[in-house]
Ligand binder design. Structure first.
Ligand SMILES: C[S@@+](CC[C@H](N)C(=O)[O-])C[C@H]1O[C@@H](n2cnc3c(N)ncnc32)[C@H](O)[C@@H]1O
Length: 200
């Protein structure tokens, strides 16, 4: 544990099985549905989900990926996510800090959902630079960020979204914005789904 942010996050999992009510809140269910609907490809070879929490999105992503690596800083979250996806082939859940070197490379999908704003601006830039290095040549990124104030967010959601959108070599493919959250889909290849399917 490095600092107060880590202690705060660890305390959330000590105090509740599902600290953000992922399983019961319609807000969370809808956000996950929009995230999955925004994925430009039907399936992915190898996806990475940093900050996976208890695995609510992980288990849905697993349906669309041959292999999926899901990580979280907090051991209790990793344990709960592991139990949730137990028996699913191709899914690995492990402890990892988004401020560290990346656990693997060659991801054709990285899902950064409600995690970037726990990093400060220097850490977030380092994260985006590693993202660019570890993404496959045809890689895509989905970034989702809550736009309202929250503890212990260091960056606000719009700033986190702007920062990840500025990652060199990534093009904006799609975007959702409402008063609560912003979702950006980025890809190395700027072509749309219809362009790739020859519809245009
Ligand atoms: C608000 S939850 C988001 C969960 C999930 N991605 C979603 O959108 O439904 C944020 C998660 O990010 C994790 N997290 C925060 N900072 C992290 C870091 N530096 N490295 C890895 N995980 C981190 C927290 O422990 C927490 O489980």
């Amino acid at each position: 544990m490095r600092d107060d942010r880590d202690r705060w996050l660890t305390a959330q999992y000590a105090g509740a099985e599902d600290p953000w009510s992922y399983d019961s809140r319609w807000y969370e269910q809808r956000k996950r549905a929009l995230t999955l609907a925004a994925l430009p490809r039907r399936t992915y070879r190898y996806a990475f989900e940093p900050g996976c929490s208890i695995g609510a999105l992980t288990e849905l992503l697993a349906e669309r990926c041959d292999r999926l690596l899901a990580c979280d800083l907090v051991p209790a979250a990793v344990e709960r996510a592991r139990q949730r996806v137990a028996g699913r082939p191709g899914v690995t859940v492990r402890e990892w800090d988004a401020r560290d070197v990346w656990p693997d490379s060659g991801f054709d999908l990285v899902v950064v959902s409600e995690v970037l704003y726990y990093l400060d601006v220097v850490e977030a830039y380092a994260f985006c630079s590693r993202l660019a290095h570890h993404l496959a040549p045809d890689g895509q990124v989905v970034a989702v960020h809550w736009r309202r104030p929250a503890d212990p967010h260091v960056l606000d959601g719009d700033r986190a979204d702007r920062l990840i959108r500025a990652t060199p070599g990534l093009h904006l493919l799609a975007r959702w914005e409402d008063p609560d959250f912003v979702l950006s889909v980025l890809g190395r290849d700027p072509r749309s789904v219809a362009e790739l399917e020859g519809l245009t």
